[in-house]
Write a protein that binds this ligand. Structure first.
Ligand code: ADP
Ligand code: ZN
Ligand code: ZN
Length: 726
């Protein structure tokens, strides 16, 4: 170790957010006048800037390997030591995530901290903490306010009576198993089987057993499920005070996020409810992690370190000795496979709750064979009649279509012109409401031309249909239908376009809940999670596309989406037995729809897993993608292929290469976005370890290849481990 410039100073390793690809993979070294504990936040100089950093123990894998010149090292600016250090569990989680997802520990660690911390001085932070401490000193009284807040909806169990529900036998059994077994658990429960109730019971038991215990409850998209938040708050604030439940998600202001984070870090928050980012919340007394709707793709991050919060939750629980419970009505095939019987190698314990609470039945699934419908038919006559019947009875219907806008393409009836985006390999979508053509990938938006830009023909036509057109069409078809009060039917559309303004989603959902709306039209946004009580009909207008997708996960996603959607119908047992799910399909006999009709996820999963096993695909193999962006396809693919050849010529990689397959580079399915060409290369191995070792070794090769003059057009590249979209 070099001698300190000032006697008594100590050498300190600090992680900072190193610029991507700077290859400053490890911690940086600084002098500190006093020893600083690992996990302490510090402010350090880097070049001309001053940055937030975390003191990182030098024995960790992220430690620097560069030779140190003591004269060049600078002192840390300040230690934010009013805040207790991040503990070794947290640091181990960061180290693991960084190494598994092939990023730097600095990038992962700093991204895991609330953004507002980055700009705070030690004085500001100390002041903030003092304010918190003062507020906490005023004794936290159990909440006495009514538990319905403005956004919560009148769910029967959101009230104080919640704590006294009588558990169903299935719920009781699941909870007993949870207490007796170590887990990890996969709670496989039908929609409406009372999974949330089980999560709350398990949480309540652990919190009651230990005065410090904390629970982390993760949900896919919190703003789509305000009810869950309301239910947890109602249950736990009543007992432990208003501050006991905090949220952590990207919809919060930086100040709110910092507050929640500090509450979790200090141990004051007993329950943290959050989206995928919450998996990194600092929780010193973590004893339980719940991952609700564990199959949801939004647990996988699409930028930066492309981590899976679900997979990290499993790792973190083991690390901290906490219990972990995943829940879903349609588990991911990975989790389902992990929960096979232990005798067959399963590592998770499957807890089953096949029945809906009460006497509620799952909806009857009806398929409309579109081969027998008129060619241009959008809503088949029998489906229309069923919707009209619902309206007349005062019940609600939900019709969904996975395409927003009016029509996905505008086409000239004379020449070949179509509304292609000049910058992307995609069509611009026609939005009739403001007469624009909008690219959903790069955001380019223009007025619809009066005439064909290619030939001047004034007859340009919408081709295909989106939710906007569906809404218009339904309004025409249902114009003469009356509600029980004699009023015309009310239709509302919910999709990314109608909910752009903050608060509109909430108010639209409230309209559905209060019964002002008869027909709800929307994208998959409406199919997930909501506890609509009066919906007795759910219809998928055009679900077939996913059956023919090149992505091997498309059927899994479709099945889960349709099961979730079906789960929206008949949640109130007084109407459950007349509830129906309609599918308009050209493939009525498809096995996926057969399984759906039987509500038979296990059969569907078994057939999918068999196919995956035969094709050696996940979960029977492990994958990573390297994606490259460049000015041209040739450059993007050329870079990947060069890096692949370079790996093959490295002698120390030969043994690893024998255990994996590197496929040739191909254009991504969306090959061009905003004039940037995108290509990818798939790496596959039956061994996770071999894949991991290869990727770590290949990183340096990729960096090196990028610097090759032949790769000048390359803009960036990134590794995606366990990719979801291929
Ligand atoms: P899931 O999360 O499995 O879809 P929920 O936990 O939301 O199911 O439960 C569905 C509905 O049943 C909710 O309205 C909930 O309040 C109610 N519920 C859950 N468990 C019980 C129970 N043991 N007794 C009565 N109602 C229950
Ligand atoms: Zn034309
Ligand atoms: Zn575009």
């Amino acid at each position: 170790m070099p001698p300190p410039p000032i006697p008594g100073h100590c050498l300190t390793q600090v992680l900072v957010q190193t610029p991507a690809h700077s290859q400053m993979a490890g911690a940086l070294s600084y002098w500190s006048p006093t020893p600083v504990q690992p996990g302490t936040l510090v402010r350090v100089p880097l070049g001309q800037r001053e940055l937030l950093g975390v003191v990182w123990p030098s024995e960790s894998p992220a430690a620097p390997e560069v030779a140190l010149d003591p004269a060049k090292l600078r002192p840390i600016t300040a230690a934010l030591d009013a805040l207790p250090p991040l503990n070794h569990h947290w640091r181990a989680l960061i180290n693991f995530a960084a190494s598994y997802y092939q990023r730097t520990a600095g990038e992962v660690a700093l991204a895991a901290l609330p953004p507002q911390l980055r700009d705070m001085s030690s004085v500001q932070l100390a002041r903030r903490l003092k304010k918190r401490a003062k507020a906490a000193a005023t004794p936290a009284r159990p909440s006495t306010r009514p538990t319905h807040d403005a956004t919560s909806t009148p769910t029967p169990d959101a009230g104080p009576a919640a704590a006294s529900v009588v558990l169903t036998a299935e719920q009781q059994q699941a909870i007993d198993q949870f207490h007796q077994q170590p887990g990890p658990f996969l709670l496989f429960g039908a929609t409406g089987s009372g999974k949330t109730e089980v999560f709350m019971h398990c949480t309540a038991a652990l919190l009651a057993a230990s005065p410090e215990a904390q629970a982390l409850v993760m949900v896919p998209e919190i703003n789509l499920t305000p009810q869950l938040e309301a239910r947890f708050k109602a249950r736990f604030c009543a007992r432990y005070g208003d501050d006991a439940v905090v949220s952590l998600h990207s919809g919060m202001t930086p100040a709110q996020r910092l507050n929640s984070w500090l509450a979790a870090h200090s141990g004051a928050a007993r329950v943290v409810l959050g989206t995928r980012m919450a998996v990194f919340a600092s929780m010193p007394h973590l004893q339980l992690i719940v991952v609700d709707e564990e199959h949801d793709p939004s647990y996988k991050s699409g930028e930066g370190a492309r981590y899976s919060a679900r997979d990290l939750a499993i790792y973190r629980a083991r690390l901290e000795g906490a219990k972990v419970m995943l829940g879903s009505a349609t588990p991911s095939l990975e989790s389902w496979h992990h929960s096979r019987p232990a005798a067959e190698g399963g590592r998770y314990l499957r807890l089953e709750m096949p029945s809906r609470v009460g006497r509620g039945q799952l909806p009857l699934v009806r398929r409309v064979d579109m081969n027998h419908q008129p060619k241009s038919c959008i809503i088949a006559a029998p489906l229309l009649a069923a919707i009209a019947q619902r309206i007349a009875r005062g019940e609600q219907s939900m019709v969904f279509l996975n395409r927003r806008g009016y029509a996905p393409v505008l086409q000239c009836s004379d020449c070949d012109w179509k509304s292609e985006c000049p910058h992307c390999s995609a069509y611009r979508v026609f939005h009739k409401i403001d007469r624009t053509l909008r690219c959903h990938h790069c955001g380019l938006s223009e007025r619809v031309p009066r005439a064909c830009p290619a030939c001047g023909n004034s007859d340009i036509m919408p081709l295909g249909r989106g939710t906007e057109r569906l809404e218009e069409h339904l309004a025409e078809l249902l114009a003469d239908v009356r509600r029980p009060d004699g009023q015309p039917a009310r239709i509302v559309r919910i999709d990314a376009d109608t909910t752009r303004l903050k608060g509109t989603l909430e108010s639209q959902l409230a309209q559905v809940h209060t019964g002002e709306v008869d027909v709800l039209v929307g994208t998959q946004m409406i199919a997930k999670g909501h506890d609509f009580r009066r919906i007795t009909l759910v219809a998928a207008v055009n679900p077939d596309n996913a059956l023919f997708s090149s992505d091997f996960r498309a059927p899994e996603r479709l099945f889960s989406l349709l099961m979730q959607a079906a789960g929206r119908a008949g949640r109130d047992e007084t109407v459950a037995n007349q509830s129906e799910m309609w599918l308009q399909t050209f493939q009525p006999a498809h096995p996926l729809y057969e399984a759906l009709k039987q509500h038979d996820y296990p059969a569907f999963a078994a057939s999918q897993l068999k196919e995956r096993q035969q094709a050696a695909m996940p979960p029977f193999s492990f994958q990573a993608l390297v994606r490259a962006e460049a000015r041209s396809q040739e450059a993007a693919q050329g870079f990947l292929n060069l890096a692949s050849q370079a790996a093959a010529s490295e002698s120390d990689m030969a043994a690893l290469l024998a255990q994996l397959t590197l496929y040739p580079a191909v254009p991504m399915s969306m090959a061009r976005i905003a004039n940037v060409e995108r290509a990818q290369m798939l790496v596959e191995s039956p061994s996770r370890t071999a894949l991991q070792r290869f990727l770590s070794a290949w990183q340096a090769v990729l960096h090196h290849t990028r610097a090759d003059p032949r790769c000048k057009g390359v803009i960036r590249w990134a590794i995606d481990v366990d990719p979801l979209n291929i």
